[in-house]
Structure formats: structure tokens, C-alpha cells
Design a protein around this ligand. Structure first.
Ligand SMILES: [Zn+2]
Length: 101
């Protein structure tokens, strides 16, 4: 049986915000993956920050939901957890990459 969407979205958000999502960098640290590079772009470490903020394969999705092609971690810190789930849906649009890790 599959979890309801709201529950799955909540679990995904908690995993991404805590760094315990089933992304390769975390799985690699647990000895459960052989690589930690991104499955989407292959270029970088697949962890929460890169996935949410910098992965070039997610530029369009980020732009539609955040209005920016790239995010800074502080962009996410400013948002309340309750409103993050609404950003998971396709929507809005605007800006550019202007921060460094
Ligand atoms: Zn990537």
C-alpha cells in the first residue's frame, strides 16, 4: 500500500531538510551506494543542498516553483516548512545564481 501524497511529501521534505533523504551522498555514507555523484546530472555530489539549490538538471523545476534557477541555502532557511510542500507543485517564475557554498 502506498502512503498518501501529503504524507510522502512531508517525509521527503523532512529527509531533504535533515540530510537523511535517500540521496546518494547519504546512502554512500551508510555504505548503501557505491557512488555519491548525482543521478540526474552526474557532475556533483548528490546531497540535499546540491539537489535543492544547485543541480543543473533541476533548473527548470526550481525556476517554476521558486522563481530562481539556482538557490542559496539561505533562500530555503527563510521559508516556513509548511509552505515548502506547496513549492513542490508546478507554479511561479524569476532570478539567477548569486551565492557560493
Ligand atoms: Zn545534479
Amino acid at each position: 500500500m502506498q502512503q498518501p501524497l501529503a504524507s510522502r511529501t512531508r517525509d521527503l521534505l523532512v529527509g531533504l531538510l535533515t540530510g537523511h533523504a535517500t540521496l546518494r551522498a547519504h546512502l554512500y555514507n551508510l555504505g548503501l551506494a557505491e557512488q555519491k555523484n548525482c543521478r540526474l546530472c552526474g557532475e556533483e555530489r548528490e546531497d540535499s543542498i546540491r539537489f535543492l539549490c544547485h543541480c543543473p538538471a533541476l533548473v527548470l523545476k526550481r525556476y517554476k516553483s521558486w522563481g530562481k534557477m539556482f538557490l542559496c541555502p539561505r533562500d530555503i532557511n527563510k521559508v516556513k516548512v509548511g509552505s515548502l510542500s506547496s513549492r513542490a507543485r508546478p507554479s511561479s517564475g524569476m532570478s539567477q545564481r548569486n551565492c557560493k557554498i
